[in-house]
Ligand binder design. Structure first.
Ligand code: ADP
Ligand code: UDP
Length: 238
């Protein structure tokens, strides 16, 4: 990537900036320290989050590539930047759940930490104005976001990612409670995109159930940066 130049800002989101580059098919994702929750109602920063999330996401994408998961990840080029394949993002958030937490508990009145007998896969429309409403695969077809074949590919990748990462975290005495994935298309291929980080996953210590993710920020639990750093070290230096 020695000659890749960062060009104009393509998009600034809540947690990342995305830049065009000197190569048409590559983008640079820059991870910010900004944090938001509850549809952007709660705003703040988490010290060193950009670097921590870039480190964790880069590590996990590379790990998943070893298991033949197609990801957008190309290379980590600085503490808070990675080069990725430019994709046409499918505006659907795919959530996988192994243990009850967050909106699942409120929607279905299930106590937090209830272990699911089978992983749950959910789709939400990526639309802040509508507060990311839950949808099913027929909405995805009807709204023209994905074809049945694409949804099949997404489900297959999401299930495989869950199986791989569940064991990955278990070996580090961590529980992968739930997580959100985004997918994109290029040349009729589906790739895993965006990020996999404590902003987008719930991860607990296996013994104590201590939360090592954005729930600490959402619910003002304190020790947010410390928890993100602990998670990074338990993932990368294991
Ligand atoms: P949000 O848009 O939810 O505020 P971010 O701050 O994380 O999210 O911004 C990153 C944006 O970049 C997201 O909209 C995401 O869908 C998009 N994105 C992630 N990976 C790629 C990619 N490989 N190609 C194009 N866009 C991407
Ligand atoms: N999630 C996310 N972005 C969103 C919504 C959810 O990354 O816009 C992640 C969240 O961090 C958690 C999982 O998806 O790991 C399930 O979130 P849930 O539906 O419980 O919603 P929340 O409680 O975050 O509103």
């Amino acid at each position: 990537m020695a000659n890749l130049e960062k060009r104009e800002l393509l998009y600034e989101g809540k947690a990342k900036k995305v830049y065009l580059t000197s190569e048409d098919d590559k983008l640079i994702q820059e991870f910010k320290d900004d944090a938001t929750a509850f549809d952007g109602m709660k705003k703040g920063t988490i010290g060193n989050k950009g670097e921590i999330n870039n480190a964790i996401s880069s590590y996990l994408f590379e790990y998943l590539e070893n298991y033949h998961i197609p990801t957008h990840f190309i290379e980590k080029i600085s503490s808070n930047e990675m080069v990725v394949k430019k994709l046409q993002i499918i505006p659907i958030e795919v959530v996988m759940r192994n243990v009850a937490a967050g909106s699942l508990c409120t929607r279905y009145k299930i106590p937090e930490a209830t272990i699911m007998e089978y992983p749950i896969l959910e789709y939400y429309l990526k639309n802040d104005e509508l507060h990311d409403p839950m949808i099913n695969e027929y909405h995805a077809y009807a709204f023209g976001h994905a074809t049945p074949d694409e949804v099949r590919a997404i489900n297959r990748i999401a299930s495989k990612v869950n199986a791989i990462l569940k064991f990955f975290f278990d070996r580090r005495n961590l529980i992968l409670v739930d997580f959100k994935l985004e997918f994109g298309k290029r040349n009729n291929e589906i790739y895993l995109a965006d990020e996999i980080s404590p902003d987008t996953c719930r991860i607990w210590d296996k013994k104590t159930h201590k939360k090592l993710d954005k729930d600490r920020f959402r619910h003002d639990m304190g020790g947010v940066e410390k928890a993100y750093l602990e998670l990074r070290d338990r993932i990368i230096n294991a």
